[in-house]
Design a protein around this ligand. Structure first.
Ligand code: ADP
Ligand code: MG
Length: 408
C-alpha cells in the first residue's frame, strides 16, 4: 500500500505539451502528449517504442538510465523538438516509496528487471543524473507515476466515477482513491489520495498458500524473484503460459497426454506463451489453433483427445486467474463502499493490459466474480486507451496547473 501523492483528477482546464515515459514491462516508450482545454478539449499523442535489451535490463542502473536518455534524445530528434525543455511524467511501474509527486524510491524490481544500483534509489534522480551525463538536453521531471494510477486518470478524464485503476498485462496491480484519514503514511485527514496497492505482492507472507498448486510452486521457483509477487504469478501474462506448460509436463509424465512422450521444446521455459491461451480459447470445434500450436511445440503426433485436454487446461488456468483478479477487485470496491457508508456503490474501474484486453473470456469471468462477491457494488469496467502514457501526461498536466495557480 503505497501513497502516490495524486490527490486530484483532471478537471478539463489542463493544457500544454508534455513528455511521458513508460517503463515497466514489455516495451519502453517515449511519448509526446498535447493536452487541449476548452471547446477543443482533447488529448493528442505521438509515441515511439524502444526495446530494452535483456543485458541492459539486467546490467547496471547507469547503463539502463543512459539507454533511456538516449531513447528520449532520439525521440525528440524524431519529433523535431530537440532543445525544448518540456515537463515530463515518468510512468515507472515498479513498487516505489514516494514522499512527494516527483520522487520515487525503488523498493524492488519485479517482472524480470534486475539492473544493479537502483533499489533504494530515487529513480527521478537516476534519470536526472543520466540526463546530465549526456549533456544534450534538459527536462523538468514533474511526476513519477505508477501505470495503475495513469490508467485510473486516463479513464477519469472521460468518466468522473472512475476511482480505481487495474492492470493485467505482464504483471498485475491496482490502485484506488482512499480517504486521507485512512492513509497513515501521509499527514492530514482532508480529502482523498490515490493508493498504489502493489497487489501483485499479495500472498508473499503465506496468504495464498492454501490455493497454490505444485505448478504455481514450480513457476515461482524458476522465476527471477522466487517467493515474491505470488498473487501476480497466478494472474498475469508473464506467468500463465508457464503454468500451463508445467501442467502439460506433469500430465505427460503421468501418461495422460501425448502418449506419455515429451518433446524437447516443451521442456523449454517460456516456450508456451500466454497469447497461446487466448488463441486456443478462441478456437472453434475444429481445434485447428490448438493443433498448430502443439505442432509449433514439436508435438507433431498429438491426438484429438490431446487437443481437447490442452484446451481444458488453458481454460482452467485463465479462469482461475480472472477469478482471483475479480476477487481482489471485489474487495477493493467494497472497501470504497464501506468508506463512504453507502448501501450501494456505483463505480468505474479503468483497466489496461494486453492479457485483459485480448483474452476472450478474462473480462467476463471477472465481471461474474464481481457480481458474486460484491453484490452491493455496480462496477463498470472501462478499458483505457494507453493509460500509462496518457495518464502520466495528465498527472503532469494537473500538477503543472496546480503549480501555476500557486504562482499567481
Ligand atoms: P505491459 O504490462 O508490459 O505494459 P502489456 O499490457 O502489453 O504490457 O502486456 C504484455 C503481456 O501480455 C505479455 O506478458 C504477454 O504474455 C501478454 N499477452 C500478449 N499477447 C496476448 C494475448 N493475445 N492474449 C493474452 N495475453 C497476451
Ligand atoms: Mg503497460
Amino acid at each position: 500500500m503505497l501513497p502516490t501523492f495524486v490527490r486530484a483528477t483532471p478537471d478539463g482546464t489542463e493544457r500544454g505539451d508534455f513528455l511521458a515515459l513508460d517503463l515497466g514491462g514489455t516495451n519502453f516508450r517515449v511519448l509526446l502528449v498535447r493536452v487541449r482545454n476548452g471547446k477543443r478539449r482533447s488529448v493528442e499523442m505521438h509515441n515511439k517504442i524502444y526495446s530494452i535489451p535483456q543485458d541492459v535490463m539486467q546490467g547496471t542502473g547507469d547503463e539502463l538510465f543512459d539507454h533511456i536518455v538516449h531513447c528520449i534524445g532520439d525521440f525528440l530528434e524524431y519529433m523535431g523538438m530537440k532543445g525544448a525543455s518540456l515537463p515530463l511524467g515518468f510512468t515507472f511501474s515498479f513498487p516505489c516509496h514516494q514522499k512527494k509527486l516527483d520522487q520515487g524510491i525503488l523498493l524492488k524490481w519485479t517482472k524480470g528487471f534486475k539492473a544493479t544500483g537502483c533499489e533504494g534509489e530515487d529513480v527521478v534522480q537516476l534519470l536526472k543524473d543520466a540526463i546530465h551525463r549526456q549533456e544534450e538536453f534538459d527536462l523538468d521531471v514533474v511526476a513519477v507515476v505508477n501505470d495503475t494510477v495513469g490508467t485510473m486518470m486516463t479513464c477519469g478524464y472521460e468518466d468522473p466515477q472512475c476511482e480505481v485503476g487495474l492492470i493485467v498485462g505482464t504483471g498485475t496491480n491496482a490502485c484506488y482513491m482512499e480517504e486521507m484519514e485512512n492513509v497513515e503514511l501521509v499527514e492530514g485527514d482532508e480529502g482523498r489520495m490515490c493508493v498504489n496497492m502493489e497487489w501483485g505482492a499479495f500472498g508473499d507472507t503465506g496468504e495464498l498458500d492454501d490455493f497454490c498448486t505444485d505448478f504455481d510452486h514450480a513457476v515461482d521457483n524458476n522465476s527471477a524473484n522466487p517467493s515474491k509477487q505470488r498473487y501476480e504469478k497466478m494472474i498475469s501474462g508473464m506467468y500463465l503460459g508457464e503454468i500451463v506448460r508445467n501442467v502439460l509436463l506433469d500430465f505427460t509424465s503421468k501418461g495422460l497426454l501425448f502418449r506419455g512422450r515429451l518433446s524437447e521444446r516443451l521442456k523449454t521455459r517460456g516456450i508456451f506463451e500466454t497469447r497461446f491461451l487466448s488463441q486456443i480459447e478462441s478456437d472453434r470445434l475444429a481445434l485447428r489453433q490448438v493443433r498448430s500450436i502443439l505442432q509449433h511445440l514439436g508435438l507433431t503426433s498429438s491426438t484429438c483427445d490431446d487437443s481437447i485436454l490442452v484446451k481444458e487446461v488453458c481454460t482452467v488456468v485463465a479462469r482461475r486467474a480472472a477469478q482471483l483478479c475479480g476477487a481482489g477487485l471485489a474487495a477493493v470496491v467494497d472497501k470504497i463502499r464501506e468508506n463512504r457508508s453507502l448501501p450501494q456503490l456505483s463505480i468505474t474501474v479503468g483497466v489496461d493490459g494486453t492479457l485483459y484486453k485480448l483474452h476472450p473470456h478474462f473480462s467476463s469471468v471477472m465481471r461474474e466474480t464481481l457480481r458474486d462477491l460484491a453484490p452491493q457494488c455496480d462496477v463498470t469496467l472501462l478499458q483505457s486507451e494507453d493509460g500509462s502514457g496518457k495518464g502520466a501526461a495528465l498527472i503532469t498536466a494537473v500538477a503543472c496547473r496546480i503549480r501555476e495557480a500557486g504562482q499567481h
